[in-house]
Structures are given as structure tokens and as C-alpha cells.
Design a binder for this molecule. Structure first.
Ligand code: S3P
Length: 374
């Protein structure tokens, strides 16, 4: 394959569906009493791991092109998987489903690929254990394989998980979502306090399913639920994390203007836009619309001269997956960019900080070559 360099970038791009929302659409639809159609579902390997796991819990899931039809058995209708559940490479699948498995009246064992087996799971096991769940994992309950001995919430009132107040040491939507899912089956109101708000797709979608979830600043309160009332249809917006690469490319390439259609612009995910604007990028949002509590818009980026910025603190969870793309933008900025508080990137699918540092030398050479051309 031959790839020719471009002078500038112009046009309209439709990127794939949001990964975080796709996972949640499958899990929550599988907990509903009525069928749900999911549109623009991301058929990537991670979301397909979630599909397989939910099928093992008894959901009927049919994938037909970009449409998915989910027929669940209700909030209290999951069945015991016959085999070990494989979350593949997907932290979101594993962590959310640990929270879902904890209150069930059966046993679930999870595993995953070699990367997921190294990733820290103590952060989910700890709060779920405080709720009374019985969970055992390799390496002192920190790593996969992990077995959850479900609490048997249907058998007796005192076998329900305990509602707790949990102060999370790190902002993590996966951990928060696991506690929220467990909290739906708990014996009272569960309270979660994050150091800074992480993405809130779980809160938004479960609220659209009729669950009572309250949010005040960094605090989320989850009320126990008897059942979930699903919308007939969920439309997944396009993924701002995939859009990020095009947004950066258009911002740093001379004489460029790109429109990305129907991108999810949930406020807990748009840190990348805020930082790029602070760097001097020209970014416009049009056709703002809402579906199932999620905002989406068409994003137009026009190239401009960028300057280095310093970021850290509460904005980090709002752009955690976009730091590699921001590092590319930073390489084109005048002045130095400093990004603090991103230690979490060391425990993603790979050590993303190391990966950014490793590619920076090759990248610098490529940038210099490109600059000579344009
Ligand atoms: C995700 C949450 C984030 C993010 C991941 C997807 C989610 O992880 O990095 O790509 O869908 O909840 P953490 O919860 O570990 O921060």
C-alpha cells in the first residue's frame, strides 16, 4: 500500500459509534423487561466481548449490520454462565460486569487476555467487597482470573448487598459504574464520591431506563431498583475519542477545515475540545441535539496556530483517553505543553505514557519532514 502525503484536509467525516456508550447499551438493555433496538452500535472487539458475556448471562442479542436487537430477562433474570466469561482486552466489560455479578444468586468466573490479566482489579473488588460481595482473584484479589460468588439477593433480605458510602481514591467511570450496578440491587441508597467527575454515561443511560440516580457535583447516589423500563431504541452517538485524531489533524494541518458529524459531546468527555481551544484551535459545535440524555453535535475544526498550555486536575478524567492525541497537538504548538495528573495512563491496555515517550523521537522526525513539505 502506498500512502501519499496531503497538503491539507477538507471534508466531512462520519466516525464510528461511541465505545463506552455501546458497552452500556448492551448491558443495560440486557437488564430490561422489553426488547431494545440499538442503532450505531460499535462492533469493535471490546464491545463484542460485552455482547458475548451478556449472552452467557442469558440475554438474547442479535447483531444485524449496525443494528442490534437485545431481549433481556429483566433486572432479576440473569442466569448463571455455564463457562468462564472472557472479557478479552476490555476493562470496561470486566469492571462493569464484576459489579453486575456481585449481587446475583450464582457464581461467575472472569478472565481476559494477557493485558487485561495484568491490569489492577483491586479497585473494583475493594468497594464491592465492602458491600458484602464475595470475590476472589489471583495475586491477593488484584488480578484476573476472578470469581464472584453472587450474594443471592433473591433469597433473603439480609443476603442483599449493603449500601455503602464509598470515597473513590481515583476518578474512574468503570469503577463508579460497577458500584452503581451493584447499588441497584443493594439494601439502601449507595453513595459514591469521586475526586473529580469521570464520564457519566452509566448515570445518564440508567436514568433513561427509569433508575433513580442522583448527581451532585462529585457525588452520585444510587437507589435500589425493582426493574428497568427500557426505551424502545437507543441511538449511540459517534465517539469523541475516535474523533480526537481527526480534530487534532485538522487543527495542525495548514488550510484545513473538517466537520465530524454527530459526535457525542457529553460534558464529561469534552476536555479535549476545551484544551485544544485553549491552545488556540478553532472549533465550532453545530446541530446540538439530545438523545437518551446524551448530547451530540457536528464539530467543525479549522486549522490555526497553536500554543503550549499547562493542564491537570479535574479536567484530566474528561480527556483521559485523548492524552496521546493531545501529545501530538502539543508537538505542533509554539511553546511547551505540560500535562499533570495522568498516572492512570500507566494502567490502561498498555502503558500509554511510555508509548507516547517511545514514539516521540520517531514522531519528531516525521513532523520535521512534514513541515518541510507544507
Ligand atoms: C471507560 C472509562 C475510562 C476510559 C476507558 C473507558 C468507560 O477508564 O479510560 O477507555 O467506558 O467507563 P477508567 O474508568 O479506568 O478511567
Amino acid at each position: 500500500m502506498k500512502i501519499l502525503p496531503i497538503e491539507n484536509l477538507r471534508g466531512v467525516i462520519e466516525i464510528p459509534g461511541d465505545k463506552s456508550i455501546s458497552h452500556r447499551s448492551i448491558i443495560f438493555s440486557s437488564l430490561a423487561d422489553t426488547p431494545v433496538e440499538i442503532e450505531n452500535f460499535l462492533r469493535g472487539a471490546d464491545c463484542l466481548s460485552t455482547v458475548e458475556c451478556m449472552k452467557s448471562f442469558g440475554a438474547d442479542i442479535e447483531i444485524d449490520g449496525e443494528k442490534v436487537l437485545v431481549k433481556g430477562n429483566g433486572l432479576h433474570g440473569l442466569r448463571e454462565p455455564e463457562n468462564v466469561l472472557d472479557a478479552g482486552n476490555s476493562g470496561t466489560t470486566l469492571r462493569l460486569l464484576l459489579g453486575l455479578a456481585a449481587p446475583q444468586n450464582f457464581i461467575t468466573t472472569f478472565t481476559g487476555d494477557s493485558s487485561l490479566r495484568k491490569r489492577p482489579m483491586g479497585r473494583v473488588i475493594k468497594p464491592l467487597s465492602e458491600m458484602g460481595a464475595s470475590i476472589v482473584g489471583r495475586n491477593e484479589n488484584k488480578n484476573l482470573p476472578i470469581t464472584v460468588i453472587g450474594n443471592g439477593h433473591l433469597q433473603a433480605e439480609n443476603s442483599k448487598l449493603k449500601a455503602i458510602i464509598y470515597q473513590m481514591p481515583v476518578a474512574s467511570a468503570q469503577v463508579k459504574s460497577a458500584i452503581i450496578l451493584a447499588g441497584l440491587y443493594a439494601n439502601g441508597v449507595t453513595t459514591i464520591i469521586e475526586p473529580a467527575p469521570s464520564r457519566d454515561h452509566t448515570e445518564k443511560m440508567l436514568s433513561a431506563f427509569g433508575a433513580r440516580i442522583e448527581k451532585f457535583g462529585n457525588t452520585v447516589k444510587v437507589y435500589p431498583a425493582e426493574s428497568l423500563t427500557a426505551p424502545k431504541k437507543i441511538t449511540v452517538p459517534n465517539d469523541i475519542s475516535s474523533a480526537a485524531y481527526w480534530i487534532v489533524l485538522a487543527a495542525v494541518t495548514k488550510n484545513s477545515a473538517v466537520t465530524l458529524k454527530n459526535v457525542g459531546v457529553n460534558q464529561t468527555r469534552t476536555g479535549i475540545l476545551d484544551v485544544l481551544k485553549e491552545m488556540g484551535a478553532q472549533i465550532e459545535l453545530e446541530n446540538l441535539r439530545e438523545s437518551g440524555g446524551e448530547l451530540s453535535a457536528d464539530i467543525t475544526v479549522t486549522s490555526s496556530k497553536l500554543r503550549g498550555v499547562e493542564i491537570g486536575g479535574a479536567i484530566i478524567p474528561r480527556l483521559i483517553d485523548e492524552v496521546p492525541a493531545l501529545a501530538v497537538a502539543a508537538a505542533f504548538c509554539e511553546g511547551t505543553t505540560v500535562i499533570h495528573d495522568v498516572g492512570e495512563l500507566r494502567v490502561k491496555e498498555s502503558d500509554r505514557l511510555q508509548a507516547i515517550a517511545d514514539s516521540s523521537i520517531k514522531f519528531r522526525q516525521a513532523v520535521l519532514k512534514l513541515r518541510r513539505r507544507i
